[in-house]
Design a protein around this ligand. Structure first.
Ligand code: PMM
Length: 286
């Protein structure tokens, strides 16, 4: 397992987490990597493109998705995690279930990425505490089948205030379950019970989330708020596979604000942009 200290050490450039969705129905790439051999090959390609962490998930969280059985989820992710971790990849498991997190950690995962921040299956917090692994707790309000109903942020602090407050509450639960502060990474959960304007506000004011005092992971890649931004006037959202340049601009924005990591489907695009930014910030070399 990758050392927690190295994984969470402060660094100028965000970590690139490449997405491997082993699902039939994810909104951007559902069905493409459902066969273990295809998912493993895709993971290797992402590593070659510069991914530093592979996020392997077996449950689609797109709006309206139905949940797989736990056996199905295990069957999708465990062979892929086992193979890629054995090759030395730093693996994250994208799951809300304690049982899947436990099996993934035993198979070599170093990070548990829980989009529900421990709300869907509270026992996951005990599993993470016992393992000492890194834990990504995302802001979440409800399962995908009805999360749209919860995209309401009309308190005085708006969406940023609510996300900060609700994530702080989750941190309290994590610490109470025995998770160390040094294990925790927070994520604003773009698109999860959020409308487009909520996502933009969270991105614009990402520094307010950083003030919570934890490393931040952000996943904007291919999400529908980008498709809507890029739609030609009066036209439907730009298709998922044509949103990458916009996502790369978000990676650069987040890098300037010092986030710990970005969760992306096209690792090379973000990697190339970060390389340019780094080169431009070097001084006195010539
Ligand atoms: N988004 C998705 C899935 N998992 N995990 C974290 N931590 N943050 C996210 O924003 C996030 C996530 C949905 O996107 P996908 O279906 O393309 O994987």
């Amino acid at each position: 397992m990758a050392g927690l200290e190295d994984l969470l050490a402060p660094r100028a450039r965000p970590r690139l987490m490449g997405v491997v969705n082993v699902t039939p129905d994810s909104f951007s790439d559902g069905g493409r990597w459902l066969e273990p051999s295809a998912a493993i090959a895709h993971g290797r390609d992402l590593l070659a493109d510069g991914a530093e962490i592979l996020d392997i998930g077996g449950e689609s969280t797109r709006p309206g998705a139905t949940r797989p059985l736990v056996e199905e989820e295990l069957g999708r992710v465990i062979p892929v995690i086992t193979a890629l971790a054995a090759e030395g990849a730093v693996v994250s498991v994208d799951t809300m279930r304690a049982e899947v997190a436990e099996a993934a950690l035993a198979a070599g995962a170093a990070v548990v990425n829980d989009v529900s921040g421990g709300l869907a299956d509270p026992r996951i917090l005990e599993v993470v505490a016992a393992s000492g692994a890194a834990y990504v707790a995302m802001h979440w309000r409800a399962h995908a089948d009805h999360m749209r109903d919860f995209a309401v942020y009309d308190g005085p602090g708006g969406v940023v205030g609510a996300v900060c407050e609700e994530l702080s509450g989750r941190v309290g639960a994590m610490l109470a379950a025995g998770i160390g502060r040094e294990q925790i990474i927070l994520d604003p959960g773009l698109g999860f019970a959020k409308r487009a304007e909520h996502n933009w506000e969270l991105l614009r004011r990402i520094d307010a989330l950083a003030e919570l005092g934890f490393p931040l992971l952000v996943g904007a890649s291919r999400k529908s708020f980008l498709g809507r931004l890029l739609a030609a006037s009066g036209q439907p959202p730009r298709p998922v596979d044509q949103r990458e340049h916009a996502n790369t601009a978000i990676t650069l924005h987040l890098a300037r604000h010092g986030v710990w990591g970005v969760r992306v489907h096209d690792v090379r695009a973000s990697r190339d942009a970060l390389r340019v930014a780094e080169r431009l910030s070097e001084e006195g070399l010539e």
